[in-house]
Design a protein around this ligand. Sequence first.
Ligand code: GDP
Length: 301
Amino acid sequence: MAAEQVLPNVQWFPGHMTKARKIITENLKLVDVVIELLDARIPYSSANPMLQEIIAGKPKVVALNKSDLADPAITKKWVAYFRSKGIQAVAVDATQGKGTKQLVKITEELARSKTEKLVSKGAKARSARVMILGIPNVGKSSLINRLAGSNKAKTADKPGVTRAKQWIRLADSLELLDTPGILWPKFEDMNAGLKLAFTGAINDEAVDRELITGVFLDTMIKLYPERIKERYKITDELPETSGELLELIGKKRGCLVKGGVVDLEKAQRIVLTDFRSGKLGTVSLDTPPDIEETENSQEKN
Ligand code: GDP
């Protein structure tokens, strides 16, 4: 089943994708390095399936954003996984600015090797340029604002004057494009679509909240039962089904309507809001492939 069968209204129409791709391709011509922004809780599901093809061999660094909400042990494994594939990766938290210095350092190094190559081929030395790419809601604007700090270029917004591209200086020889590249999310994969919905990457109005809360709770029963017990003060074993669990959570949180019936919609909203705001603790829903293999090769190195 494809994601759009579960999430019918979130489809990017082919025309949207073509337009997004065209804008990115134009901007890519201006940059030497790409920062691919992923959600650290779902690095697989928040990746655009065509990114490699679109950036066509341009050096890239992966930034695992919202790492404050992700399981640190799993984020570490993702960083190791990317590195094992020869891709630099760093965990960041764009709202607090964690990891951003390291991100700039890695980007600068990647850019330097690119510009040095150009100079050795006879080009004039110039600052390297970088842009941020990612699906909606992954934190692109937050990261740009964080990186910009006091360096944010003031735009002279004069009517009738074509606005030049705005660049933010990140280091002596590194500039960041002020406009991020917006990529479409994975639609061909239902599991990825569901995880995007859990995290709020897809607008709640567009999804079946009952369905996604059910699948989310099933996942939590399997992966993080203790977090659920702790948050909702459940001392007994968790019920086996998400339906029973939701009812129990509703009761615990006093979501009752007349006659002691649980207001399930309210309980669904509570569960999703708790997850998205980190009240269920740090949770990761995608794990990297071949973790053992990656770990073994890391140990050998
Ligand atoms: P964009 O659509 O990719 O530009 O995403 P935004 O920068 O608008 O961020 C989307 C939401 O995620 C906002 O509510 C941000 O406050 C939040 N956000 C962004 N980065 C982080 C982060 O590192 N940690 C947390 N907890 N929230 C973040």
